[in-house]
Design a protein around this ligand. Structure first.
Ligand SMILES: Nc1ncnc2c1ncn2[C@@H]1O[C@H](COP(=O)(O)OP(=O)(O)OP(=O)(O)O)[C@@H](O)[C@H]1O
Ligand SMILES: [Mg+2]
Length: 441
């Protein structure tokens, strides 16, 4: 009998089986969670510490194998036990490949269930997360994913700063995940229960920013009929995320400097200092050093802000993260738009990894979202935006092909990418339509 109650998630579209398994497991003193679909199951996995997954393999909508694959990738520490009514060599092989550790064939006895559960639980790795050189799954905050050395480095810093109040400065191109990293720091650390407040310094008119940040005293200006708190007071004990810090005016910068130095704030229109206890995380996608040179950013504030610096590398410098991110977005948007996990062809994935992503992860996410909506069964190269299609290189052995053959293949590829639009294809190939027609012949 287990000493601590372990949490078991049972997934089956058949509620009778769900209840049957639940009754047996409760009799064995396990905590149980039930889900009738993969979608529900994911919701539970994200919110509860699950020790074992028991899932049916044949379900309508998203099938159990997909869930097994998802769990293997996102919660590698959770053992998986498959329940199936139709055992077949093929199914068994597929399931094993996706990471299922054991099988239960319907109908099964209470004893068989008990043995399989105990065997699976015994297989759990001792250390639940952060395996060698691979995907880091933060057990508390699993949104931020990556396996490249660059991202592992970022995650390492997050781990070091999450439980203290050192000021953190996040620098990176647009769409690289600066805000997500700020959230990861807050929500995985010990101040997670306190507020996380994000302020976009670029979106608030300069004249209002001080009052918004620090609050104001009654009578500070016309219309200030009462004392009002600002973002700093609201974030007390937690984290204030100052996004686009480069947009703060010189006056606001001076006030911020005082806050960071003295850990106290003064409301607009008041002379009384108030103690505050807030971790500040600032972010920018502009070069602050350049602003300092032009006299638009205070150097002393810069050094106060950059006690700990996180440089988020652009996606093109960590392409090994692309397949992982693609998988995440395929799952997210597949479930949202198609009620199943959408697959992607090797060719399309290759095109995604070849592209340089100037808009970084946000652009990648948008492209996948759109492709999921547009595709039929799986994402093909034709579902990707045009500028991505032309990133396809020739396979290596093509260097041994004749020029004529290469020309032919290239024309065919451009035609495919333009959906056979000869005008567009001719434009890309920089030949006239007649020449193209001749070549096609
Ligand atoms: N490592 C990651 N894993 C998963 N999703 C990510 C990751 N990094 C970014 N994203 C997603 O990409 C999108 C953009 O991220 P975010 O808003 O944090 O970027 P940003 O650097 O703040 O961009 P901007 O400078 O434009 O404000 C979000 O939807 C976020 O969830
Ligand atoms: Mg942002």
């Amino acid at each position: 009998m287990p000493q601590e109650q372990e949490n078991i998630l049972i997934v089956d579209d058949d509620v009778h089986i769900l209840e049957l398994i639940q009754r047996h497991l409760q009799a064995l003193h396990f905590n149980t969670f039930k889900a009738v679909s993969v979608k529900d199951a994911i919701g539970i996995l994200k919110n509860k510490p699950i020790d074992l997954l028991i899932t049916d393999l044949q379900m309508p909508d998203v099938d159990g194998l997909q869930l097994v694959k998802y769990v293997s990738e996102h919660f590698p520490e959770i053992p998986k036990l498959a329940v199936t009514g139709f055992p077949s060599i093929d199914g068994a092989l597929n399931a094993m490949k996706s990471g299922v550790m054991d099988y239960l064939i319907k109908p099964f006895t209470k004893e068989e269930l008990k043995n399989a559960v105990q065997k699976s639980l015994a297989l759990r790795p001792a250390k639940a997360y952060k395996t060698k050189k691979n995907v880091f799954i933060n057990p508390v905050f699993d949104e931020l994913i990556g396996q490249s050395d660059e991202m592992l480095n970022v995650m390492n810093i997050i781990d070091k700063v999450k439980d203290n109040k050192a000021t953190i400065f996040i620098k990176g191109e647009s769409g690289t995940g600066k805000e997500l990293i700020a959230r990861a720091i807050h929500y995985s650390g010990k101040f997670a229960a306190a507020p996380f407040i994000a302020v976009n310094c670029g979106a608030i008119p300069e004249s209002l920013l001080e009052a918004e940040l620090f609050g104001y005293a009654k009578g500070a200006f016309t219309g200030a009929n009462n004392n009002r708190s600002g973002f700093f007071q609201a974030a007390n004990k937690g984290t204030l995320f100052l996004d686009e810090i480069g947009n703060a005016s010189m006056a606001t910068q001076l006030s911020l400097l005082r806050v960071l130095q003295q850990k106290e704030i003064m409301r607009v229109g008041s002379q009384k200092a108030e103690k505050i206890d807030v971790r500040v995380i600032a972010a920018t996608n502009v070069d602050l050093k350049e602003l300092i040179k032009n006299g638009r950013f205070r150097e002393d504030l810069y050094y106060r802000l950059t006690v700990v610096q996180i440089e988020v590398p652009p996606l093109r410098d960590r392409k090994s993260d692309i397949p992982l991110l693609v998988d995440k977005f395929l799952f997210k948007y597949g479930v949202e738009y198609k009620d199943r996990i959408v697959d992607i062809s090797d060719e399309a994935l290759l095109a995604l990894t070849r592209y340089d992503w100037p808009g970084n992860i946000r652009e990648l996410e948008n492209s996948i979202q759109r492709a999921v909506i547009m595709c039929d069964k799986r994402i093909e190269i034709s579902n990707l935006p045009k500028h991505l299609k032309f990133q396809i290189d020739f396979p290596k052995q093509d260097i041994f092909l004749s020029l004529k053959e290469i020309e032919k293949r290239h024309i065919l590829m451009v035609l495919e990418a333009t959906n056979n639009n000869k005008t567009k294809a001719a434009e890309i190939l920089q030949i006239d339509r007649k020449t193209l027609r001749d070549k096609i012949k």
